[in-house]
Design a protein around this ligand. Structure first.
Ligand code: ZN
Length: 134
């Protein structure tokens, strides 16, 4: 059995996951995760849009604090600058020595950890496109 870390973060399009965002109809700003009110112009007229599935690492850092959800430490988190110009927070998975600012990465969905009952948790993350799964 497995469960998703949070509903409404992504959906599958043609077999590939895409993050679900809001776009303000007044000022065209995009937000991930979705919002009901635009923090820039306070409009409540937002539509749901799907974001690009690839981008570059905008910032990243290794986390050494133990997490109930993520079994291995350290793990890497950061922001990804997507091809459509929005930065999104994300877990970064890949060779830790190669994860650096500017590295091209692609969105993936898969098991990112286990909950307190040992049930697998499905989350989204970014990884280099040519990363070989082992
Ligand atoms: Zn706005």
């Amino acid at each position: 059995m497995s469960k998703t870390i949070q509903d409404g973060l992504w959906q599958e399009e043609f077999g590939k996951p895409l993050l679900i965002a809001s776009q303000c109809l007044q000022c065209e700003s995009k937000y991930f995760p979705e919002r009901k009110i635009c923090p820039k112009c306070y409009s409540d007229k937002l539509s749901t849009v799907l974001l690009a599935s690839s981008g570059i690492v905008f910032s990243c850092t290794q986390v050494f604090v133990k997490s109930k959800l993520i079994p291995e430490q350290p793990y890497t988190v950061g922001y990804v600058l997507l091809a459509d110009g929005i930065t999104v927070p994300a877990r970064l998975i890949g060779d830790k020595g190669k994860l650096e600012i500017g590295l091209p990465v692609s969105l993936a969905v898969g098991v990112t950890g286990k909950d307190s009952e040992g049930e697998e948790v499905i989350g989204y993350y970014f990884q280099p496109p040519n990363e070989v799964e082992t």
